[in-house]
Every structure is written in structure tokens, then in C-alpha cells.
Design a protein around this ligand. Sequence first.
Ligand SMILES: C[S@@+](CC[C@H](N)C(=O)[O-])C[C@H]1O[C@@H](n2cnc3c(N)ncnc32)[C@H](O)[C@@H]1O
Length: 330
Amino acid sequence: MLNIFTAIYHAYLAQAAIVAVKLGVFEHLKDGPKSLDQICADTDAHPTPLRHILKVLCTYEFLEEKEECYHLTKSSVQLMRAENSFIPDYLLYAGEQILPAFAHLEGAARTGESAFVLAHGKSLWELCRNDRAQGKIFEDHMNSATRWHAAFVAKALDCSGVKTLVDIGGGHASLVSAVLKRNPHLSAVMLDQPHLADRATERLRAEGLLGRCEFVGGDFFRAVPPDADLYTIKHVLHDWKDEEVARILTNIRAAMRPDSRLVIVEGVMDTGDKDPDWMGARNLEQFVTTGGYQRTRREFSALLEAAGLRLDRIQSTPIGDCSLIHAAPR
Ligand SMILES: C[S@@+](CC[C@H](N)C(=O)[O-])C[C@H]1O[C@@H](n2cnc3c(N)ncnc32)[C@H](O)[C@@H]1O
């Protein structure tokens, strides 16, 4: 049983970690321990609040204070930028967009309005389109997370017999890049909003994949590129309410041939085993940020059936939030 004080104290710790990451505290300690004054000089921070912020990080062993200097610890690594690290970008997204929305959870609970809209004045997608600095924060988070996910998903995804792939809502092409690299016989199209064209194309060019993957700027509520052998849609459906998911799936079904396959990649709730302890929180985060939610097998199955598709099987991967939900036309 979790002591509720512990939960509240962890919320303070999270805020302290976000501020330390934003200030670049951990990066400044890379070359060796430093005093509070040195860290303040490096990060342009005020010593009194910073001392208390560093204190809570020391309490939870994200830093260590010895001989009036702050040292990195084994846990500091989580909060430092490195290839394949996704936590700093997630913390920046949490600090800028998720936690301000959580501050409006009561308003949302009382009125049914979106906590995100109450906090930011617009939906996540409108915010990303209209304020490119905020858009970049969300997209950097998605990119870093998907770079980590993509290796596991690409390994689990069986592409034998598949020549053409469409990745729907593919972001900056992180998943499609990993799948194309693992399957040299494949060519792909990725669909996302037009304002992502430059970053996605830049990514494909950097990976040497531009000749094998076309970016299509569009709207999955209107249409999805037709005739692919395999359709993938990762971490998109949990962003939307049931009626919106129904429209996306109907458009995918309309684009599919009778022998095409669909693989939805996201977490599945209530798999029969006890949900991992992060799942309820993850579900609430999804609801607060987008109004969507993490679905059960039964919920996926009903939505797929209504769109003329059949849920064939659910394949787990080492990442709990990335199950492969295999479907095909009925
Ligand atoms: C949570 S992100 C997932 C990105 C990517 N699949 C991944 O896992 O990294 C959701 C994606 O859906 C895209 N999206 C949102 N609304 C869309 C629309 N109406 N049509 C096409 N893409 C859309 C966003 O731009 C974003 O890239």
C-alpha cells in the first residue's frame, strides 16, 4: 500500500527534477563535482531555491552532497542527455504541458471540460500547430521515446511478405526508419500533419531512407493512403475519444485491400494479469493531455469490429506501453 504522503512528496521531487533538468544542473556536473555557488554561476540560478531543490534530489539519490560539493550518482544518468535517453525530453514535456494541465483536473472533473484546454487555452494538437516552440517540446518528447520504442517494435513486427507499409501519424519517422532499416525489401509512406514535413523528411534524409519513404501531409480524419500491404499506427488511437477512433479506423479500413493487415502499437489495459502499477497513471496522463485513454482488448475489439476489421491477436513486447495489436479486414 502506497502512503499518500509518499505520492505527494514524489510530486515535489518530480518538479525539482524538471527544474534541475531545465537549468542543466546535471550536464554542468559531468566534468566533476561542484559547489552550490559554482552551479549557480553555471546555470544562472538563485542559490536559496537551488539549494532546496538540490536537497530533495540528494534525498532521493539523484545527486550526492559531499564536502560541500554536489556529485553525480548512478541515478543521475536518468536525467542526463545521451543517445537513446528519453527522460529529459519527457520531463520538459511534463513540466511545460502535462503538469500545468493536471493543475486543472478538478475543473475538468467538475465540468467535463478538457484539463489541457483549461490550462493552455487550446488542445495539444492546436498548441503544437500554433506555437512551434511548444510543438517542438512535444515532438522532441515523442521522438526520443519512439527512438527507444522503435528498436523493440521493429524487431517484433513480422514484415515477411510485406512490400509496402503505411505508418499513420508517424511523427518524425522514428518508427518507419527503424522498420525500413530492419527490412531492406520494404518501401513506405508515412502520413502526418503537413507542418511535420520538414522534420520528418530531414530525419529520413539523415538515415539515408528518403528514396524508400515518402512523407504525405494530410489528415487521418479525411483519408489514409491506399493499397499498402501493412498499416501501422503507433501511439495515436489513445489520443482520441471512441467516436474519433471510429473515424480513423473506418478510413484505414477504406484504404486497405482485403489482404492488407493493420498493426496498432500501444499499451493494452486489463490484459488478464494485474496491470503494471504505472498503467493507471499513464491512462490518466493520456486522458488529461488529449482526452483519449488506454484501451482494453475488449474495447479495441469493439472499435475494430465496428470499422469492418477483426482483432486477430495481441503480441506483447518488452515495452509495456508498446503491444502490437494485429487486425485484418473482416
Ligand atoms: C502521440 S504522436 C505519435 C507519433 C508517432 N506515431 C510515434 O509514436 O512517435 C501522435 C501523432 O499524430 C499526429 N496527428 C494528430 N492529428 C492528426 C491528423 N488529424 N492527421 C494526421 N496525423 C495527426 C500528430 O502530429 C503526431 O505526430
